[in-house]
Design a binder for this molecule. Structure first.
Ligand code: MLT
Length: 203
């Protein structure tokens, strides 16, 4: 997959897996990753699917209606890509923390839904429930931060609550931040994500 890898100065820090929103690229979240942990290694990936020229991580049939077969295929493809990147760049595959926005948050949630060890943690910005009717793995060791907007026209508030319940039901520790915002990524939610990250992984 098209990506950027930058080795960080702290080998003990998690590797930050950056997953952009629809129409974004692997450059979009670099500034946020730098702000959250400037000493961490970064693996930033561009989605392999194009929707009218806009990169995405999986196909959708309409806004908010996902192509579930493609989502499953792309989730496995991304997981294998992270495995290969860990070998190629020599990072610890067990210490990957995703930072995903919108479509990128949705594929990060799908990684959590499908694999016990794909992610040590995830910062999910404006995610949805990626798919239903699937038995989640044991996520007891996963730390998850979610940021949601009460006025988000793309992710209805009940979807954020449902995602939180599904992840907590599988054992994950979840912190959900509500803001009076829409679908956009806010400065204050990134500040809250940094606090969550430091409490979870830098102690
Ligand atoms: C998705 O398709 O993953 C969600 O609707 C969010 C987005 O617009 O990318």
């Amino acid at each position: 997959m098209k990506h950027i890898y930058e080795a960080g100065s702290d080998p003990a820090a998690p590797v930050l897996l950056l997953l952009h929103g629809t129409g974004g690229t692997e450059r979009d979240l670099l500034g946020i990753a730098q702000y959250i942990d400037s000493s961490a290694s970064i693996l930033s990936v561009r989605g392999n699917v194009l929707e009218n020229g806009m990169p995405r991580f999986f196909r959708r049939i309409a806004e908010g209606v996902f192509d579930i077969e493609d989502l499953k295929f792309r989730t496995a493809e991304l997981n294998e890509f992270i495995d290969q990147a860990a070998e190629q760049y020599g990072f610890d595959r067990k210490r990957v923390v995703a930072i995903g926005y919108s479509n990128g948050a949705n594929i990060a949630a799908s990684l959590l839904f499908h694999y016990q060890d794909a992610l040590m943690g995830a910062s999910l910005h404006h995610p949805m429930v990626p798919l239903r009717d699937i038995a989640l793995p044991d996520l007891n060791s996963a730390q998850v931060f979610m940021a949601a907007g009460k006025n988000d026209p793309i992710c209805p508030p009940q979807e954020s609550e449902e995602l939180r319940e599904l992840l907590e039901g599988a054992g994950a520790s979840v912190e959900l931040l509500w803001e009076n915002s829409g679908h956009q990524l806010t400065r204050s939610e990134v500040e809250a994500a940094k606090k969550w990250y430091e409490a979870s992984f830098k102690q």
